[in-house]
Write a protein that binds this ligand. Structure first.
Ligand code: G1P
Length: 301
């Protein structure tokens, strides 16, 4: 059995940057290629042995519950019609993960959302996977596996995934001050959404964390920070200041992060997954080639 079998997936955010698409549906349910965003996240967690998964939800998020529930009527209809291929598309419903849901009743930030998981997590380490970020083009991104190895080998108190970002974008992320160079490094400090001139590096927190229950006590002592919200980054920072060993694991080429938090990155993510689709990818590629060629030809005429 894997060391870490509990996951917490916060999905409470309102997704205002994706309005109007998110007016009456969660951003986590937007399709990227054939699946909704959150299905990739759950499949990634299933691959690394997560058995119990708690969604931290909010108003308007019940379609996430429905998505991971068994839909007997639909299964029966597809079976009666002999639509085996479509039935296969529902196999994720039978994953052995047990799903749990709790509501973050006040939207006070990511740190506050994680604090809602305290009674569920109790004494075990757990993984946090943000429900609006897909890592890797397949469910086998292995980032959580690499993070778990680091957690065990370094006897760490927390491990965080990091990606290198454009220095002009650091104000959108939690940014690390690394103690050393490398794909795995100890974190000396963390700053949530610093202005570019205050950022200690361009290493940005990338939507996956392994935490111990000690985070809950730190979260209770965390004052509102960037954006007036209780930030997970700030709670981890408290742990570091108190002597905890926090490590970073860098995403590599096979586990790019696809962020579904704004339209620019959502469109890019959709294109990547559509191009990588086993069945429809080639057709889409041909279409895009033709489409862009027309544009280039028009520019040159
Ligand atoms: C959150 C975290 C931030 C992290 C980002 C991407 O920010 O607070 O540290 O870099 O997710 O994983 P948000 O995108 O919710 O503003």
């Amino acid at each position: 059995m894997s060391l870490i079998n509990i996951a917490v997936v916060p999905v409470a955010g309102m997704g205002t940057r994706l309005l109007p698409a998110t007016k009456s549906q969660p951003k986590e349910m937007l399709p990227v290629g054939r699946k909704p965003v959150v299905q990739y996240v759950v499949e990634e967690l299933g691959q690394v042995g997560v058995e119990r998964l708690l969604f931290i939800t909010g108003p308007g998020k019940t379609s996430i519950e429905n998505h991971f529930d068994l839909n007997h009527e639909l299964i029966q209809t597809l079976r009666n019609e002999g639509k085996e291929e479509l039935l296969d598309q529902l196999s994720f419903e039978r994953a052995s993960i047990q799903y749990f849901y709790t509501r973050q009743r006040q939207l006070l930030g990511l740190g506050h959302a994680i604090l809602c998981a305290e009674p569920f997590v109790r004494n075990e380490p757990f993984v946090v996977a943000l429900g609006d970020s897909i890592i890797g083009l397949t469910e086998k991104s292995r980032i959580v596996e690499r993070m778990t190895d680091c957690f065990e080998n370094q006897n760490a108190d927390a491990v965080i995934a990091f990606q290198e970002v454009d220095p002009m974008a650091v104000h959108r992320y939690g940014i690390a001050s690394p103690k050393e160079e490398g794909d795995v490094f100890e974190v000396a400090d963390l700053i949530e959404k610093p202005p570019v001139d205050k950022a200690p590096s361009n290493l940005a927190v990338a939507a996956r964390y392994i935490l111990k229950p000690s985070i809950f006590d730190a979260l209770k002592r965390t004052e509102p920070g960037a954006g007036g919200e209780i930030q997970l980054t700030d709670a981890i920072r408290i742990l570091i200041k108190e002597g905890a060993k926090v490590y970073g694991v860098k995403l590599n080429d096979t586990n790019t992060r696809y962020d579904i938090g704004n339209f620019g990155s959502y469109f890019r993510a959709f294109t990547e997954f559509a191009l990588a689709d086993e069945k429809f990818g080639n057709e889409y590629r041909d279409y895009l080639r033709e489409r862009l060629k027309k544009e280039t030809d028009a520019d040159h005429s």
